[in-house]
Design a protein around this ligand. Structure first.
Ligand code: 5RP
Length: 304
């Protein structure tokens, strides 16, 4: 059954991500555990410098992604978010100075199309038959080890579409997510967006609520105004005509893959923000360096 959740509990759930102390089971280990712990404490005190540090970590991740994976002649899926915007801007600059040529971008949403247009990257639409050599994106969170990611936590206004984003990312021969280390861990928390048929959204929401009973709350996303279990006065309707439910996990998620599988089996669920792609690479921005982890289990550290 849907329960009337207070707004305060939504705020608490969405801000409950505790800072991790290390970014991988393997070598992210990168000797940085104690300094990361020190850094986590400092970050709690100085939020402004934390976002500056994150921005600088993401900038390194964005430059590394373009420098390492982009080659002339590629068709590239362009994701959205802070790091993706940085990568798009840098890619445009590199095209202008002649570091690459004949690159075509396929934006996953309006925001990345607009960044790419500003950067002067030639663009194309995504078609079912599009051959995409490489794609990059931000992730809201990424599961340590499996590299399963969640996208689409931000509000889906305008023309954004989780379906289109996932199609482009899944179609790419190679996919990179650029993230900061606090988004890469096991026992993830926070929310997962789920697209549902709007006609029977309440039944679907109740089924999802029953599935994760005690571990999650299910809210319908609002287009404007206050969030609420029912989506407020103006529930969000995507461009495809679906509602968005946010499953707000209040207990750590044991396996994102299992959550995705369970959601796929529920009537009325059209898609969700969990993406599990092989091969996939996480370029994780750290303070003063990068950690690169791929889905074959290889990891390396740069610049620490
Ligand atoms: O859907 C997404 C990427 O496709 C993410 O929700 C989002 O863009 C993350 O952005 P940021 O890194 O700026 O928080």
């Amino acid at each position: 059954m849907m329960r009337p959740f207070a707004l305060a509990s939504m705020a608490a759930a969405s801000s409950s991500s505790s800072p991790p102390l290390a970014c991988s089971s393997t070598s992210l280990h990168c000797s940085a555990t104690s300094s990361n712990r020190r850094r986590s404490t400092q970050c709690l005190r100085i939020t402004a410098s934390s976002s500056l540090a994150d921005a600088s970590a993401l900038l390194q991740a964005a430059h590394h992604t373009v420098d390492t994976y982009v080659k002339s002649g590629m068709v590239i899926g362009l994701g959205s978010g802070q790091a993706s915007a940085m990568a798009i801007e840098y890619l445009g600059r590199q095209l202008r100075v002649g570091a690459f040529r004949d690159v075509v971008g396929i934006p996953t949403c309006v925001a990345s199309a607009s960044e790419a247009a500003k950067a002067g990257i030639p663009l194309d639409y995504y078609h079912d038959s599009s051959q995409i050599d490489f794609a990059f994106d931000d992730a809201d969170i990424m599961e340590e080890g499996t590299l399963t990611a969640v996208i689409g936590r931000q509000s889906l206004q305008g023309d954004e579409s989780i379906i289109q984003q996932k199609c482009i990312l899944n179609a790419a021969d190679k996919l990179v997510f650029m993230i900061t280390k606090n988004k890469y861990r096991g026992g993830l928390d926070g929310s997962i967006p789920v697209l549902v048929q709007s006609l029977n959204w309440l039944e679907t929401a109740e089924e999802i609520d029953d599935l994760f009973l005690g571990d999650a709350e299910v809210w319908r996303r609002a287009a404007i105004g206050q969030a609420g279990p029912m989506g407020g006065d103006f529930p969000l309707v995507t461009k495809e005509g679906y509602n968005v439910l946010d499953i707000i996990f209040t207990s750590p998620i044991q396996s994102l893959g299992e959550v995705a599988k369970s959601l796929d089996n529920i009537d009325g669920v059209v898609d969700h923000g969990v993406i599990s792609k092989f091969p996939c690479t996480a370029v994780i921005g750290l303070e003063g360096g990068l950690c690169i982890v791929d889905s074959q289990g290889k990891s390396s550290v740069e610049g620490l």
